[in-house]
Design a binder for this molecule. Structure first.
Ligand code: NCD
Ligand code: ZN
Ligand code: ZN
Length: 350
């Protein structure tokens, strides 16, 4: 189809980063890492391995395995994180900061999501440790959902704001906090109204889809992730936040690979694999909002500013050029189904 004359046919932006990524470990690393490294110069690497990455020593070893899996010719810097537990000692925070390669700690409320069993049972238990993070300027990244089974799964993020976020920010007002993968109007409003110590990542899939997508013509497990897709009004609030020009919102794909057999399953895993085409999906979302001019700050400037890191050198170009995604990808001994498998999308990374 010819492109109408008034639509931009390409966009060039400073090389972006992914501020929320799951790379997993072992043989599959080499299958997923090149997808990310092709688009992004750096990524905040999530620590929810089995067992979780809880010490600086473990993070150093994991970082070395990531770099060893990087194909020659690709430049990529993994920004490591530690998994916060009820017992993370203050000394571990100092070691993490001194390492130079650990950029944050991650809060998984115990039981909230994939590999969160070793997560925090009550955040107030961690306040002493968080105080040291505040002092050293090491951000806390939060999976912002309560785990109370009495709370409806669609309300868990909004309730987290009241039950965890507000008391935390009251107790430690200068602790840098990233509200990860926000999915609701409540979270977008909360972050927009907060001071400079709070930021948020937004995924491409939460910008593009509402919860209807999970149930279109039958149950579609590849659209199941946590926090779960919400109503259209929430998607619109996320698009508004991402395209607002506010420096508090930045790109975080939450690309989360799971083997095909565990997604297409009676009790399927949560997580969408978008690393293959993330930048194209974000471009599509910003284009649909008429806000391509806001993509660069969201993808390439706001994240480094929040983390106190320099912007990347170099650039990437996307063209309005339709291409069809593979139906599956290699994933160690098994296979991986990307989000939008077999579908044609409108933008292509050059
Ligand atoms: N987002 C997801 O649905 N899953 C993530 C975990 C997470 O980010 O919560 C995963 O590790 O699979
Ligand atoms: Zn999460
Ligand atoms: Zn995640």
């Amino acid at each position: 189809m010819p492109t109408p004359a008034n639509l931009p046919v390409s966009i060039t932006i400073t090389r972006p980063d992914d501020w929320h990524l799951h790379l997993r470990d072992g043989a599959v690393l080499a299958d997923v890492l090149p997808h990310t490294a092709r688009q992004f110069a750096r990524a905040i690497v999530m620590p929810n391995l089995k067992p979780p990455v809880t010490t600086t020593e473990q993070a150093a070893a994991y970082r070395a395995r990531i770099l060893a899996a990087l194909p020659a010719g690709l430049q990529f810097e993994p920004l490591m994180t530690l998994y916060l537990t009820d017992n993370t000692p203050a000394d571990e925070i100092r070691r993490a900061k001194d390492s130079g390669f650990i950029h944050a700690l991650k809060l998984y409320p115990a039981g909230a999501t994939t590999n969160s069993d070793a997560g925090v049972t009550d955040l107030t238990k961690c306040y002493k440790t968080l105080e040291v993070m505040q002092e050293l300027g090491l951000p806390l990244l939060v999976h912002g959902e309560v785990t109370d089974p009495a709370v409806d799964v669609f309300d868990r993020e909004a309730v987290f704001i009241e039950r965890v976020m507000q008391p935390l920010r009251q107790a430690l007002p200068e602790l840098k906090v990233v509200f990860e993968h926000i999915t609701t109007r409540e979270a977008a409003d909360y972050v927009a109204a907060a001071d400079r110590f709070v930021g948020a990542t937004i995924t491409a899939h939460h910008l593009l889809y509402n919860r209807n997508e999970i149930f279109k013509g039958g149950i579609r497990p590849h659209y199941y992730c946590l926090p779960i897709l919400k109503r259209e009004e929430h998607r619109l609030a996320l698009v508004k936040a991402a395209t607002s020009g506010s420096a508090k919102f930045f790109l975080g794909t939450d690309s989360a690979p799971h083997p095909k057999g565990l997604k297409e399953h009676a009790c399927g895993c949560a997580g969408c694999y978008t690393a293959l085409h993330a930048l194209e999906l974000y471009t599509q979302a910003f284009d649909a909002a008429g806000a391509l001019d806001k993509l660069e700050a969201f993808a390439s400037f706001n994240g480094p500013a929040f983390y106190g890191l320099p912007r990347n050198a170099g650039s990437v170009t996307l063209t309005r050029e339709a291409w069809t995604l593979p139906v599956e990808l290699p994933f160690g001994e098994t296979s991986l189904v990307p989000l939008n498998a077999g579908e044609t999308i409108a933008w292509k990374l050059a």
